[in-house]
Design a protein around this ligand. Structure first.
Ligand SMILES: [Zn+2]
Length: 149
């Protein structure tokens, strides 16, 4: 069998997940990926020099959906926004009589980004949110004002 990573001919390969796809690689390359749990406990210690060549394609079972939705959620935004944060953005922008283009320019973003922000369909990074807050002199976070009971 050929290692799908380095291309070496080896007598056993391991299925590992590398950046969202499954590769069959040699032992040396296996450490670069995340091992995919084999169906049984029969992986290591099976130097099969004996026995008939039970060729045939290596069946890879992976039930996980391909995780190609990039890590949108791996950098979870830390700021908790007020429910109407995007409306606040638009109101503040309109108060300044800026067009979405103008706001975009000041934020170094495209107009389409501004429009998506104002529609609430795009959640900017915390850094960008802070920038918007500073620029428009508004508050977008839902930081509770010192709770009193
Ligand atoms: Zn290899």
């Amino acid at each position: 069998m050929l290692c799908e990573m380095c291309g070496r001919e080896v007598d056993s390969v391991t299925a590992v997940r590398v950046e969202g796809s499954i590769l069959r690689v040699c032992a040396a390359c296996a450490k670069f990926g995340q091992s995919v749990a084999p169906p049984g406990p029969a992986t290591a210690a099976r130097t099969s020099m004996e026995g008939p060549l039970s060729g045939g394609p290596v069946q890879l079972r992976f039930r996980t959906r391909r995780t190609e939705e990039r890590d949108l959620f791996s950098e979870l935004p830390a700021l908790e926004l007020s429910p109407d944060w995007f409306r606040r953005v638009r109101q503040a922008r309109e108060r300044l009589t800026w067009t979405p283009e103008e706001l975009g320019k000041r934020l170094n973003e495209k107009k389409s980004v501004v429009l998506k922000i104002e529609a609430g369909t795009f959640r900017p990074s915390d850094a960008l949110l802070r920038k918007i807050e500073r620029l428009l002199k508004i508050r977008l976070t839902a930081e509770p004002a010192t709770p009193e009971s």
